[in-house]
Design a protein. Structure first.
Length: 233
């Protein structure tokens, strides 16, 4: 779900559910003279493998083969598999979420319009429904097991909630959002609904579940409009 593009240091690729991985391309040879590109290829390949298999089951051999680099190159950039996973949270998933949700809200005059547009843009492609949300996938798998993951993922969720809440507060000031709405609570409710429907659709393996979820979330967002301002969406 939540399907959009991210440019990782100049290398664009598709993320789903937060994010679907780009189709694999034949890796080109990399050398130590190109360390930044090597690191980027590792992050891309690791993201795709973790999205498919989960962090614990992700194969380092498959990541290395997809990236076209050696194990020595991997450990030159990342001290451990965990360090690679932390970098994916901080350098891929977090920035991607900001690009999808927060930057449009920062430029928006009407946060309800913008949020409705984002939600209606959620992917319902079968492959995206099967994969789910990378942020939520990692949180469900790793937060109970690894404090490093839990804290990093928590920062991403917090930034998401605070970004939406800030936009709703600004919308109240501009007369776009109901005054009786509590922005932080509304933002948390929105995130819970989005991630909840993504999880339900993934479990059901049924795009109709996500389509129904999008309709319900949009209806709820409309209810946040200030009376007399319910005209769009």
């Amino acid at each position: 779900m939540i399907s959009f593009r991210l440019t990782l240091r100049g290398l664009p690729y598709k993320l789903v559910g937060m994010l679907a991985a780009r189709k694999n391309t034949k890796p080109r040879a990399t050398t130590l003279r190109d360390p930044e590109r090597t690191r980027e290829r590792l992050l891309q390949a690791a993201f795709r493998e973790i999205y498919r298999s989960g962090f614990q089951s992700a194969s380092l051999d498959k990541i290395l083969a997809a990236a076209g680099v050696s194990k020595g190159a991997l450990y030159h950039h990342f001290d451990s598999k965990e360090a690679l996973g932390y970098a994916i949270v901080e350098e891929v998933i977090g920035p991607d979420l900001r690009a999808k949700w927060l930057r449009p809200l920062q430029r928006s005059n009407d946060p309800i319009d913008t949020l409705i547009g984002i939600v209606q843009g959620e992917s319902v492609r079968p492959e995206d429904v099967r994969g789910g949300c990378p942020l939520n996938n990692l949180a469900q798998e790793m937060s109970p097991l690894d404090e490093g993951f839990r804290k990093r993922l928590g920062k991403v969720f917090h930034a998401w909630q605070e970004g939406v809440a800030s936009a709703l507060r600004a919308g109240q000031t501009r007369g776009k959002v109901r005054r009786d709405a509590e922005p932080a609570e509304a933002a948390g409710c929105l995130i819970a609904m989005v991630e909840g429907y993504v999880s339900l659709a993934k479990n059901a393996q049924d795009a109709k579940v996500m389509k129904a979820g999008i309709r319900n979330i949009v209806d709820w967002l409309r209810s946040l409009r200030r009376p007399g301002n319910r005209r769009r969406g």
